[in-house]
Design a protein around this ligand. Structure first.
Ligand code: BTX
Length: 330
Protein backbone atom coordinates (compact mmCIF):
# COMPACT_ATOMS: atom_id res chain seq x y z
CA UNK A 1 0.00 0.00 0.00
CA UNK A 2 1.10 3.51 -0.67
CA UNK A 3 2.71 4.60 2.59
CA UNK A 4 0.85 7.95 2.75
CA UNK A 5 -2.44 6.09 2.69
CA UNK A 6 -1.24 3.76 5.40
CA UNK A 7 -0.09 6.67 7.58
CA UNK A 8 -3.40 8.43 7.01
CA UNK A 9 -5.41 5.41 8.11
CA UNK A 10 -3.16 4.92 11.12
CA UNK A 11 -3.58 8.56 12.22
CA UNK A 12 -7.34 8.38 11.87
CA UNK A 13 -7.62 4.97 13.46
CA UNK A 14 -5.42 5.95 16.42
CA UNK A 15 -7.64 8.99 17.03
CA UNK A 16 -10.56 6.57 17.47
CA UNK A 17 -13.76 8.67 17.66
CA UNK A 18 -12.05 12.09 17.74
CA UNK A 19 -11.74 14.29 14.69
CA UNK A 20 -8.36 15.22 13.22
CA UNK A 21 -8.20 18.50 11.37
CA UNK A 22 -7.34 18.60 7.69
CA UNK A 23 -4.51 20.97 8.56
CA UNK A 24 -2.94 18.52 11.00
CA UNK A 25 -3.22 15.65 8.54
CA UNK A 26 -1.70 17.80 5.85
CA UNK A 27 1.20 18.79 8.17
CA UNK A 28 1.86 15.26 9.37
CA UNK A 29 1.78 13.73 5.92
CA UNK A 30 3.38 16.69 4.12
CA UNK A 31 0.73 16.76 1.45
CA UNK A 32 -1.83 19.41 0.48
CA UNK A 33 -5.32 19.52 1.93
CA UNK A 34 -6.67 18.83 -1.54
CA UNK A 35 -4.59 15.66 -1.60
CA UNK A 36 -5.98 14.67 1.81
CA UNK A 37 -9.47 15.07 0.44
CA UNK A 38 -8.63 12.85 -2.53
CA UNK A 39 -7.30 10.15 -0.20
CA UNK A 40 -10.54 10.34 1.82
CA UNK A 41 -12.58 9.78 -1.31
CA UNK A 42 -10.42 6.80 -2.23
CA UNK A 43 -10.86 5.34 1.26
CA UNK A 44 -14.63 5.71 0.95
CA UNK A 45 -14.44 3.78 -2.30
CA UNK A 46 -12.75 0.99 -0.39
CA UNK A 47 -15.56 0.83 2.14
CA UNK A 48 -14.33 3.11 4.93
CA UNK A 49 -17.06 5.34 6.25
CA UNK A 50 -15.52 8.75 6.86
CA UNK A 51 -17.17 11.69 8.55
CA UNK A 52 -15.97 15.15 7.50
CA UNK A 53 -17.12 18.12 9.55
CA UNK A 54 -16.00 21.65 8.78
CA UNK A 55 -13.67 23.21 11.37
CA UNK A 56 -13.33 19.82 13.09
CA UNK A 57 -11.82 17.64 10.41
CA UNK A 58 -12.13 13.94 9.67
CA UNK A 59 -12.78 10.72 11.53
CA UNK A 60 -13.35 7.09 10.61
CA UNK A 61 -16.89 6.02 11.50
CA UNK A 62 -16.47 2.44 10.39
CA UNK A 63 -13.94 0.22 8.73
CA UNK A 64 -14.74 -1.79 5.63
CA UNK A 65 -16.21 -5.22 6.19
CA UNK A 66 -14.19 -6.53 3.29
CA UNK A 67 -10.61 -7.42 3.88
CA UNK A 68 -8.02 -5.57 1.80
CA UNK A 69 -4.35 -4.64 1.88
CA UNK A 70 -5.37 -1.43 3.66
CA UNK A 71 -7.34 -3.12 6.42
CA UNK A 72 -4.54 -5.61 7.02
CA UNK A 73 -1.72 -3.11 6.90
CA UNK A 74 -3.10 -0.19 8.90
CA UNK A 75 -2.23 -1.76 12.26
CA UNK A 76 0.60 -3.96 11.07
CA UNK A 77 3.50 -3.33 13.43
CA UNK A 78 6.23 -5.13 11.51
CA UNK A 79 9.41 -3.69 10.09
CA UNK A 80 9.79 -5.80 6.96
CA UNK A 81 7.29 -8.63 6.96
CA UNK A 82 4.15 -7.84 4.99
CA UNK A 83 5.19 -4.31 4.16
CA UNK A 84 4.73 -5.43 0.58
CA UNK A 85 1.39 -7.20 0.34
CA UNK A 86 -1.03 -8.48 -2.28
CA UNK A 87 -4.67 -9.22 -1.63
CA UNK A 88 -6.94 -11.17 -3.98
CA UNK A 89 -10.61 -12.06 -3.70
CA UNK A 90 -10.29 -15.45 -5.33
CA UNK A 91 -7.25 -17.42 -6.41
CA UNK A 92 -6.38 -20.99 -7.28
CA UNK A 93 -3.76 -20.99 -4.57
CA UNK A 94 -1.83 -18.18 -2.88
CA UNK A 95 1.23 -20.46 -3.21
CA UNK A 96 1.08 -20.25 -7.01
CA UNK A 97 0.76 -16.47 -6.93
CA UNK A 98 3.65 -16.21 -4.48
CA UNK A 99 5.85 -18.45 -6.66
CA UNK A 100 5.18 -16.22 -9.64
CA UNK A 101 5.88 -13.06 -7.65
CA UNK A 102 9.09 -14.57 -6.25
CA UNK A 103 10.26 -15.56 -9.73
CA UNK A 104 9.57 -11.99 -10.80
CA UNK A 105 11.82 -10.70 -8.00
CA UNK A 106 9.39 -9.94 -5.14
CA UNK A 107 11.20 -8.73 -2.04
CA UNK A 108 11.87 -10.77 1.10
CA UNK A 109 8.80 -10.51 3.32
CA UNK A 110 6.23 -10.10 0.54
CA UNK A 111 2.85 -11.50 1.60
CA UNK A 112 -0.07 -12.76 -0.50
CA UNK A 113 -3.51 -13.07 1.11
CA UNK A 114 -6.69 -14.36 -0.51
CA UNK A 115 -10.30 -14.36 0.62
CA UNK A 116 -10.89 -17.66 -1.13
CA UNK A 117 -8.82 -20.40 -2.75
CA UNK A 118 -10.39 -22.76 -5.23
CA UNK A 119 -7.36 -25.03 -5.48
CA UNK A 120 -5.75 -24.59 -2.08
CA UNK A 121 -3.20 -27.30 -1.50
CA UNK A 122 -1.45 -29.10 1.32
CA UNK A 123 1.53 -31.40 1.24
CA UNK A 124 1.78 -34.08 -1.44
CA UNK A 125 -0.81 -32.16 -3.48
CA UNK A 126 -3.56 -32.92 -1.00
CA UNK A 127 -6.41 -30.43 -1.24
CA UNK A 128 -6.77 -27.67 1.35
CA UNK A 129 -10.32 -26.50 1.80
CA UNK A 130 -10.26 -22.69 1.76
CA UNK A 131 -13.74 -21.31 1.95
CA UNK A 132 -14.51 -17.74 0.97
CA UNK A 133 -14.29 -15.23 3.80
CA UNK A 134 -13.87 -17.79 6.56
CA UNK A 135 -10.20 -18.35 7.03
CA UNK A 136 -6.69 -17.05 6.55
CA UNK A 137 -5.18 -18.23 3.29
CA UNK A 138 -1.79 -16.62 3.09
CA UNK A 139 1.64 -17.17 1.52
CA UNK A 140 4.83 -15.47 2.63
CA UNK A 141 7.91 -15.07 0.45
CA UNK A 142 11.21 -15.29 2.31
CA UNK A 143 14.75 -15.12 1.00
CA UNK A 144 16.81 -16.54 3.85
CA UNK A 145 20.55 -16.84 3.59
CA UNK A 146 20.67 -20.41 4.92
CA UNK A 147 21.45 -23.82 3.44
CA UNK A 148 18.51 -25.37 1.60
CA UNK A 149 18.39 -28.37 3.96
CA UNK A 150 17.55 -25.99 6.81
CA UNK A 151 14.38 -24.71 5.11
CA UNK A 152 12.08 -27.14 6.99
CA UNK A 153 13.08 -25.34 10.20
CA UNK A 154 11.12 -22.39 8.87
CA UNK A 155 7.98 -24.54 8.98
CA UNK A 156 8.57 -25.10 12.69
CA UNK A 157 9.26 -21.40 13.28
CA UNK A 158 6.02 -20.54 11.44
CA UNK A 159 4.08 -23.02 13.56
CA UNK A 160 5.43 -21.30 16.66
CA UNK A 161 4.36 -17.91 15.29
CA UNK A 162 0.82 -19.21 14.72
CA UNK A 163 0.49 -20.76 18.19
CA UNK A 164 1.81 -17.57 19.81
CA UNK A 165 -0.77 -15.53 17.93
CA UNK A 166 -3.48 -17.98 18.95
CA UNK A 167 -2.49 -17.61 22.57
CA UNK A 168 -2.16 -13.82 22.68
CA UNK A 169 -5.09 -12.86 20.44
CA UNK A 170 -7.54 -15.77 20.75
CA UNK A 171 -6.53 -17.02 24.22
CA UNK A 172 -6.35 -20.64 23.13
CA UNK A 173 -3.57 -23.16 23.70
CA UNK A 174 -3.08 -24.77 20.33
CA UNK A 175 -0.57 -27.55 19.81
CA UNK A 176 1.86 -28.30 17.01
CA UNK A 177 1.91 -31.70 15.37
CA UNK A 178 5.26 -32.23 13.71
CA UNK A 179 6.01 -30.88 11.26
CA UNK A 180 3.27 -28.67 9.93
CA UNK A 181 -0.14 -28.93 11.59
CA UNK A 182 -1.73 -26.89 14.34
CA UNK A 183 -4.24 -28.73 16.47
CA UNK A 184 -6.82 -27.40 18.85
CA UNK A 185 -8.74 -29.80 21.07
CA UNK A 186 -7.51 -32.73 18.94
CA UNK A 187 -8.69 -31.32 15.64
CA UNK A 188 -6.80 -29.64 12.85
CA UNK A 189 -7.12 -25.88 13.01
CA UNK A 190 -4.32 -24.90 10.67
CA UNK A 191 -1.71 -26.25 8.29
CA UNK A 192 1.56 -24.97 6.92
CA UNK A 193 3.03 -25.74 3.52
CA UNK A 194 6.65 -24.79 2.95
CA UNK A 195 7.92 -24.79 -0.62
CA UNK A 196 11.33 -23.79 -1.83
CA UNK A 197 13.24 -22.87 -4.93
CA UNK A 198 16.93 -23.58 -4.50
CA UNK A 199 20.05 -24.24 -6.48
CA UNK A 200 22.70 -26.44 -4.92
CA UNK A 201 23.72 -24.56 -1.77
CA UNK A 202 21.67 -21.47 -2.36
CA UNK A 203 18.05 -20.77 -1.55
CA UNK A 204 16.48 -18.55 -4.12
CA UNK A 205 13.29 -18.22 -2.13
CA UNK A 206 11.05 -20.04 0.32
CA UNK A 207 7.28 -19.76 0.38
CA UNK A 208 5.50 -20.38 3.63
CA UNK A 209 1.81 -21.09 3.04
CA UNK A 210 -0.50 -20.85 6.02
CA UNK A 211 -4.10 -22.00 6.11
CA UNK A 212 -6.01 -21.21 9.30
CA UNK A 213 -9.68 -21.99 9.87
CA UNK A 214 -11.16 -18.96 11.59
CA UNK A 215 -14.87 -18.27 11.29
CA UNK A 216 -16.30 -21.49 9.86
CA UNK A 217 -19.49 -22.86 11.36
CA UNK A 218 -20.07 -26.60 11.42
CA UNK A 219 -22.01 -26.42 8.16
CA UNK A 220 -19.06 -24.73 6.46
CA UNK A 221 -16.80 -27.72 7.08
CA UNK A 222 -17.13 -30.32 4.31
CA UNK A 223 -18.41 -33.73 5.42
CA UNK A 224 -15.11 -35.37 4.62
CA UNK A 225 -13.40 -33.12 7.18
CA UNK A 226 -15.93 -32.92 10.03
CA UNK A 227 -14.11 -35.60 12.01
CA UNK A 228 -10.68 -34.03 11.69
CA UNK A 229 -11.01 -30.28 11.16
CA UNK A 230 -12.12 -27.42 13.34
CA UNK A 231 -12.18 -23.62 13.34
CA UNK A 232 -11.54 -20.96 15.96
CA UNK A 233 -15.21 -20.10 15.94
CA UNK A 234 -16.26 -23.69 16.54
CA UNK A 235 -13.85 -24.02 19.45
CA UNK A 236 -14.39 -20.67 21.16
CA UNK A 237 -17.83 -19.54 20.01
CA UNK A 238 -16.29 -16.24 18.95
CA UNK A 239 -15.97 -14.61 15.55
CA UNK A 240 -12.53 -13.17 14.89
CA UNK A 241 -11.43 -10.36 12.64
CA UNK A 242 -9.00 -12.04 10.28
CA UNK A 243 -6.94 -8.86 9.88
CA UNK A 244 -6.09 -8.80 13.59
CA UNK A 245 -4.92 -12.40 13.43
CA UNK A 246 -2.80 -11.79 10.33
CA UNK A 247 -1.21 -8.69 11.88
CA UNK A 248 -0.28 -10.69 14.94
CA UNK A 249 1.09 -13.72 13.05
CA UNK A 250 3.26 -11.49 10.90
CA UNK A 251 4.61 -9.68 13.96
CA UNK A 252 5.31 -12.97 15.79
CA UNK A 253 6.92 -14.48 12.70
CA UNK A 254 9.09 -11.45 12.09
CA UNK A 255 10.44 -11.62 15.65
CA UNK A 256 11.10 -15.34 15.63
CA UNK A 257 12.54 -15.30 12.11
CA UNK A 258 15.03 -12.55 13.01
CA UNK A 259 16.07 -14.49 16.13
CA UNK A 260 16.40 -17.66 14.06
CA UNK A 261 18.63 -15.99 11.49
CA UNK A 262 20.83 -14.48 14.21
CA UNK A 263 20.96 -17.37 16.69
CA UNK A 264 20.02 -20.45 14.70
CA UNK A 265 17.31 -23.01 15.40
CA UNK A 266 17.93 -23.00 19.16
CA UNK A 267 15.92 -19.74 19.23
CA UNK A 268 12.90 -21.67 17.95
CA UNK A 269 13.34 -25.07 19.57
CA UNK A 270 12.22 -24.33 23.13
CA UNK A 271 9.14 -22.42 21.93
CA UNK A 272 8.30 -25.30 19.64
CA UNK A 273 8.66 -27.82 22.46
CA UNK A 274 6.34 -25.82 24.70
CA UNK A 275 3.59 -26.21 22.12
CA UNK A 276 4.42 -29.76 20.96
CA UNK A 277 1.46 -32.08 20.63
CA UNK A 278 1.29 -35.42 22.47
CA UNK A 279 4.98 -36.05 22.98
CA UNK A 280 5.83 -39.39 24.55
CA UNK A 281 2.88 -41.14 22.92
CA UNK A 282 2.85 -44.00 20.46
CA UNK A 283 2.53 -43.04 16.84
CA UNK A 284 2.53 -44.62 13.43
CA UNK A 285 5.30 -43.29 11.25
CA UNK A 286 4.96 -43.34 7.50
CA UNK A 287 7.86 -42.58 5.20
CA UNK A 288 7.95 -43.02 1.46
CA UNK A 289 8.39 -46.79 1.61
CA UNK A 290 7.94 -47.79 5.25
CA UNK A 291 5.35 -47.72 7.98
CA UNK A 292 6.00 -48.63 11.62
CA UNK A 293 4.94 -47.90 15.20
CA UNK A 294 7.15 -45.77 17.38
CA UNK A 295 7.28 -43.55 20.40
CA UNK A 296 7.32 -39.80 19.80
CA UNK A 297 10.44 -38.64 21.62
CA UNK A 298 11.02 -35.05 20.56
CA UNK A 299 12.96 -32.94 18.12
CA UNK A 300 16.69 -32.61 17.62
CA UNK A 301 18.66 -29.39 17.75
CA UNK A 302 18.10 -29.07 14.01
CA UNK A 303 14.33 -29.63 14.15
CA UNK A 304 14.33 -33.24 12.91
CA UNK A 305 11.94 -35.63 14.64
CA UNK A 306 13.27 -38.26 17.05
CA UNK A 307 11.26 -41.48 17.35
CA UNK A 308 11.99 -44.72 19.14
CA UNK A 309 10.85 -48.16 18.01
CA UNK A 310 9.82 -51.09 20.22
CA UNK A 311 13.42 -52.22 20.55
CA UNK A 312 14.43 -48.80 21.86
CA UNK A 313 16.19 -47.97 18.63
CA UNK A 314 16.10 -44.25 17.97
CA UNK A 315 15.62 -42.88 14.52
CA UNK A 316 15.84 -39.34 13.26
CA UNK A 317 13.36 -38.25 10.62
CA UNK A 318 13.61 -35.25 8.36
CA UNK A 319 10.43 -35.93 6.47
CA UNK A 320 7.59 -38.26 7.37
CA UNK A 321 3.91 -38.42 8.16
CA UNK A 322 2.97 -39.24 11.71
CA UNK A 323 -0.35 -40.32 13.13
CA UNK A 324 -1.57 -41.43 16.50
CA UNK A 325 -2.40 -45.06 16.92
CA UNK A 326 -6.02 -44.73 17.85
CA UNK A 327 -8.57 -42.46 16.28
CA UNK A 328 -8.71 -40.53 13.11
CA UNK A 329 -6.06 -38.12 12.04
CA UNK A 330 -5.75 -36.81 15.55
P1 BTX B 1 -1.44 -31.33 4.85
O1 BTX B 1 -1.04 -32.10 3.64
O2 BTX B 1 -0.74 -31.60 6.13
O3 BTX B 1 -2.98 -31.43 5.12
C1 BTX B 1 -3.91 -31.66 4.09
C2 BTX B 1 -5.03 -32.51 4.67
O4 BTX B 1 -5.72 -31.76 5.67
C3 BTX B 1 -6.10 -32.86 3.63
O5 BTX B 1 -5.80 -34.07 3.02
C4 BTX B 1 -7.37 -32.95 4.49
O6 BTX B 1 -7.45 -34.20 5.13
C5 BTX B 1 -7.14 -31.94 5.58
N1 BTX B 1 -7.74 -30.62 5.28
C6 BTX B 1 -8.03 -30.05 4.09
N2 BTX B 1 -8.52 -28.82 4.25
C7 BTX B 1 -8.54 -28.59 5.59
C8 BTX B 1 -8.95 -27.48 6.39
N3 BTX B 1 -9.39 -26.34 5.89
N4 BTX B 1 -8.84 -27.64 7.75
C9 BTX B 1 -8.37 -28.75 8.31
N5 BTX B 1 -7.97 -29.82 7.60
C10 BTX B 1 -8.06 -29.74 6.24
C11 BTX B 1 -1.40 -28.77 5.33
O7 BTX B 1 -1.20 -29.81 4.44
C12 BTX B 1 -0.91 -27.48 4.73
C13 BTX B 1 -2.02 -26.60 4.24
C14 BTX B 1 -1.52 -25.27 3.75
C15 BTX B 1 -2.63 -24.44 3.20
C16 BTX B 1 -2.17 -23.07 2.83
S1 BTX B 1 -3.47 -21.96 2.57
C17 BTX B 1 -2.44 -20.79 1.90
C18 BTX B 1 -1.46 -21.55 1.03
N6 BTX B 1 -1.97 -21.76 -0.30
C19 BTX B 1 -2.16 -23.06 -0.56
O8 BTX B 1 -2.60 -23.52 -1.63
N7 BTX B 1 -1.78 -23.79 0.50
C20 BTX B 1 -1.31 -22.97 1.57
Amino acid sequence: MESTRKKLITLLADAKDSFISGQRLSDELSISRAAIWKHMKALEQEGYEIEAVSRKGYRIVSFPEEMSVNTIQWDLRTVWLGQKMYYRNQVDSTQSIAHQLARDGAVHGTVVVADEQVKGRGRLHRPWHSQKGKGIWMSIILRPNIEPQRAPQLTLASAVAITRMLKSVCHVDAKIKWPNDIFLHNRKLAGILTEMQAEQDLIEYVIIGMGINVNQNQTDIPDSLTEIATSLKLETGETFKRETLIQSILKELEVIYDQYIQQGFSAVKSHWEEAAYRMGETITVKTRNQKWDALLVGIQDDGALIVEDQTQNRRVLYSAEIDWKRGKEE
